[in-house]
Design a protein around this ligand. Structure first.
Ligand code: SF4
Ligand code: SF4
Length: 232
C-alpha cells in the first residue's frame, strides 16, 4: 500500500462513513433519519441535567435486561425497564402516552446495576415530566396537588385535609381521637404549634412563586376550590 492509499483508507469519505468508526456513522445516519418528534424526545432526555452521568450509558444500552431483572415494579406489573431504555433511545413517541412508566417508584436498582451506567429511573423522570407538560400525565399527579397546596398554605408538608376521611376510615377511631387531642398533647409536652411561624410561611410562599412551583401545582389541578391570591 502506498502512503497516499494508506491515507485515503483512513480519511472519512466526503459523504460516506468514517472508516475509523463505521458504527458512529451508522448511528448518526439512523438519528438523522428520525422524525423531528423522535429526535426531540431523544434530545430532551440526553440534555436533561439529571442525565449528565448517564448520557453515554443511554446511548450504549446493550439491551441486556439487567434493569428489568432487578426491578420490583416490573416483577408485579406489565412495566418493562429494558423496553423503556430501547424506546427512549429510538425516540419512540408512544412513550409519551404510556401509563406503565408510572409504575416506577425511583428505587434506582436499575441504575446501580446497569453495566453501561444508563439510568432508566432518570429516563422515566424526563418522560413523566413530558407527559405532565402535554397534559396526558396529569391524571397521575393531580392527587398530589393537595400536598403542594398544603406547602403553600401552611409552609410545610403533611397530610392534607382532603385525605383525612380516607385515613380516618382506614385507621379507625383512635386516629380521630389523636387528631382531636393533638394540639393539647403537644402543649402538654412543650412542643409548641404544629406549623411554622407566619414569617416562615411567607418565605416558603415566595420560594414556591419564584421557582414556578406555585404555577406547577395549579397546572396539575391544585386549588380547584379555593385559589389563593398570589403574593405580590
Ligand atoms: S441494564 Fe442498562 S444496558 Fe442493560 S438493558 Fe437495562 S439500561 Fe440497557
Ligand atoms: S428505579 Fe424504577 S425502573 Fe429502576 S428498578 Fe426501581 S422501580 Fe424499576
Amino acid at each position: 500500500m502506498t502512503d497516499d492509499t494508506a491515507k485515503d483508507a483512513q480519511a472519512p469519505a466526503p459523504d460516506g462513513p468514517n472508516l475509523d468508526n463505521p458504527y458512529a456513522h451508522i448511528a448518526e445516519t439512523e438519528f438523522k433519519s428520525r422524525t423531528s418528534a423522535r429526535r426531540d424526545l431523544v434530545d430532551r432526555i440526553v440534555n436533561d441535567p439529571r442525565m449528565h452521568d448517564h448520557k453515554e450509558g443511554f446511548e450504549s444500552c446493550i439491551q441486556c435486561g439487567i434493569c428489568t431483572s432487578g426491578c420490583p415494579a416490573a416483577r408485579f406489573t406489565d412495566y418493562v425497564p429494558r423496553e423503556v431504555a430501547r424506546r427512549a433511545l429510538e425516540g419512540d413517541p408512544t412513550l409519551l402516552e404510556d401509563d406503565s412508566v408510572w409504575f416506577c417508584f425511583y428505587c434506582y436498582t436499575c441504575q446501580s446495576r446497569c453495566p453501561r451506567k444508563n439510568s432508566v429511573a432518570v429516563i422515566n423522570q424526563v418522560v413523566r415530566s413530558m407527559q405532565v407538560e402535554s397534559g396526558y400525565g396529569i391524571k397521575h399527579v393531580e392527587m398530589f396537588a393537595a400536598w403542594g397546596e398544603q406547602f403553600y398554605d401552611k409552609g410545610m408538608g403533611g397530610t392534607p385535609h382532603v385525605f383525612f376521611s380516607a385515613i380516618a376510615e382506614a385507621w379507625g377511631p383512635k386516629w380521630k381521637e389523636f387528631i382531636a387531642n393533638r394540639d393539647a398533647m403537644r402543649e402538654e409536652m412543650g412542643l409548641g404549634g404544629m406549623f411554622p411561624a407566619e414569617e416562615a410561611v411567607k418565605e416558603v410562599q415566595t420560594i414556591m412563586e419564584e421557582t414556578g412551583f406555585f404555577d406547577r401545582v395549579k397546572s396539575v389541578g391544585g386549588w380547584k376550590d379555593h385559589e389563593p391570591a398570589k403574593r405580590e
